[in-house]
Ligand binder design. Sequence first.
Ligand SMILES: *[C@@H]1O[C@H](CO)[C@@H](O)[C@H](O)[C@H]1NC(C)=O
Ligand SMILES: *[C@@H]1O[C@H](CO)[C@@H](O)[C@H](O)[C@H]1NC(C)=O
Ligand SMILES: *[C@@H]1O[C@H](CO)[C@@H](O)[C@H](O)[C@H]1NC(C)=O
Ligand SMILES: *[C@@H]1O[C@H](CO)[C@@H](O)[C@H](O)[C@H]1NC(C)=O
Ligand SMILES: *[C@@H]1O[C@H](CO)[C@@H](O)[C@H](O)[C@H]1NC(C)=O
Ligand SMILES: *[C@@H]1O[C@H](CO)[C@@H](O)[C@H](O)[C@H]1NC(C)=O
Ligand SMILES: *[C@@H]1O[C@H](CO)[C@@H](O)[C@H](O)[C@H]1NC(C)=O
Length: 602
Amino acid sequence: MLAGWWPADPMDCSRRMCLLLLLLALGLCLQRGAHAEHVRDLEVSEGAPVGTRVGYIGDGSSSDSGPPYLIVPVPGSAVDSDLAIEQTTGEMRTKVPLDRETRASYSLVAIPLSGENVRVVVRVLDENDNAPTFPTQVMGIEFPENTPRDVKRTLHPARDLDLGIYNTQRYNIVSGNVNNAFRLSSHRERDGVLYLDLQINGFLDRETTAVYSLLIEALDGGNPPLRGFMTVNITIQDVNDNQPIFNQSRYFATIPENATVGTSVLQVFATDTDAGENGQVVYSINRRQSDREGMFRIDSTTGLIAVNRPLDFETKEVHELVVVARDHGMQPLETTAFVSIRVTDVNDNQPTINVIFLSDDATPKISESAQPGEFVARISVNDPDSKTEYSNVNVTLQGGDGRFGLATRDNIIYLVIVSLPLDRELQPNYTLSVIATDTGNPPLHASRTFHLRVTDINDNAPEFERMVYYANVLEVADPGTSVFQIHAVDRDEGNNSALAYSILDTPDTHSTWFQIDPRSGLITTRSHIDCETDPVPQLTVMARDNGSPPLSSTATVLVTIHDVNDNEPIFDQSFYNVSVAENEPVGRCILKVGSVSIHVCV
Ligand SMILES: *[C@@H]1O[C@H](CO)[C@@H](O)[C@H](O)[C@H]1NC(C)=O
Ligand SMILES: *[C@@H]1O[C@H](CO)[C@@H](O)[C@H](O)[C@H]1NC(C)=O
Ligand SMILES: *[C@@H]1O[C@H](CO)[C@@H](O)[C@H](O)[C@H]1NC(C)=O
Ligand SMILES: *[C@@H]1O[C@H](CO)[C@@H](O)[C@H](O)[C@H]1NC(C)=O
Ligand SMILES: *[C@@H]1O[C@H](CO)[C@@H](O)[C@H](O)[C@H]1NC(C)=O
Ligand SMILES: *[C@@H]1O[C@H](CO)[C@@H](O)[C@H](O)[C@H]1NC(C)=O
Ligand SMILES: *[C@@H]1O[C@H](CO)[C@@H](O)[C@H](O)[C@H]1NC(C)=O
């Protein structure tokens, strides 16, 4: 190898000889080098074209004998491969483009034929041949939104193999810095690296800008500077800083009252600009402030409000709900909105009929003495669907055989009136029906039936079955003996038909022989009676009712007094055969038997 760069010597020696010489020279060199050598420093710029002269080994002033030199590279120094050395002149040139960053210097020992050895050090001068380089092309970092200003994160610094001014000098944000949200700061450490920090320059709001992609350049001090680039992807992390917002502050809906449970009424909708759970909205109805009865329900995820219980227009026309949208953040935020639900009327209520009876005790009754036109009852029709008295309702009356009618002046209040005279004794009560028909579609009917009692007046006198009654009594009858029971009827009722009997005190008719029980009408003898004085006394019996004023009638009772003989009567024949016409009046004598007059009567 050494023989390779030791050119053919003018001296005629064989290769073996040369090797021997070399070893000798080397021995000399090492021996002398340890004691006597001087140093020759040379410089060459890296990247200089191949063949660039680095310089001469000898500088002419030193104590060596000058060229030729025996060149001995310091082990490990790539002198052989990178430098071309002319032994005869000591001229050194580059053999390849040098790169300081690969090898910053070359060392060799040049051994002259005599004198001191020369230690040659070739330093490669730095050129700006390296750009600042980031370790990664992209890096990702995260900041929570609302992070205070000036908070910083360390970014990977760029490194530049060049030295000094040619090393990294500064960093810039080339693009992506929306609203100047970030700035860079840097500082150089002892290791020569220019360290880089990213600082918050303004206010981070994820809802405005969630992601930044900054292109950062690193520049060295060359002229022109060389650059390296890195993309920094910044993710802004969500903080629950936004409450849900309804798309309307008030919602309105109408629903018919017959809507079945489960019917959807309307949908509310709220958005939350936060991300993830912080932006996830759940809906509810504030039951403390509204709809305590739970008439409605809301789907917590869709916001769909539906009927929860049967509605009734007549109970509540408008339901005001307070609806809450709440997010799912750790500390949830919420908003409320108002929902007005108007329940519309469906003709589901019968008109109701109110009847006020105009009698003294407000019961359904009318005196039989009532004159046509007299009032029986006041009727009004009330429609719960409109909560007002109905004017549009058609009211009719049924029953009463034409003896009653309806009168109205305003089609609101109706009066039941008597149309024809009444007679309790003919018909003591009537079943009347008031029927109301409304104008709904379909029309609805309501009716109210009542029994009207016709009250009595004392318009009937007591009546006896006959004008004349016949009675018999034995002359010997003791006082108090029953003679006859008389009976009268009065078609009135109550006291108007409660009868009291009496015997009118008529002179010459011997009415004082008799008395009558006023209740039962039983006529008894009062004293002894005398056939000879009057065989057929005549009584005038009066029946009198308890009406006010009372009415009375009379009947005649003919009492036949039978004379009693103590002797046994003798019949003049033992068999009597008599024929009687069927239409003989009662009391007519048809046969007289024996010497004592025994009348056989019908
Ligand atoms: C960085 O952001 C850019 C632009 O948004 C995107 O194209 C790229 O994929 C991102 N890189 C990484 C590693 O997130
Ligand atoms: C509600 O009432 C209206 C009118 O009577 C009727 O047409 C409709 O079918 C009813 N709806 C229900 C759900 O009953
Ligand atoms: C609000 O959201 C509801 C439900 O999605 C929708 O029906 C309604 O039209 C929206 N209102 C407005 C003003 O956009
Ligand atoms: C009441 O009924 C009668 C006959 O049925 C009819 O002619 C009249 O128009 C009705 N009135 C109303 C207000 O419905
Ligand atoms: C009405 O009179 C009838 C006989 O005409 C009778 O059967 C009915 O019980 C009476 N009703 C009332 C409520 O007085
Ligand atoms: C019926 O007459 C009796 C006795 O005169 C009287 O006490 C009673 O109050 C009368 N009853 C009625 C319903 O008038
Ligand atoms: C009663 O007389 C009638 C006719 O005078 C007669 O037909 C009848 O047989 C008689 N009866 C007796 C029981 O004699």
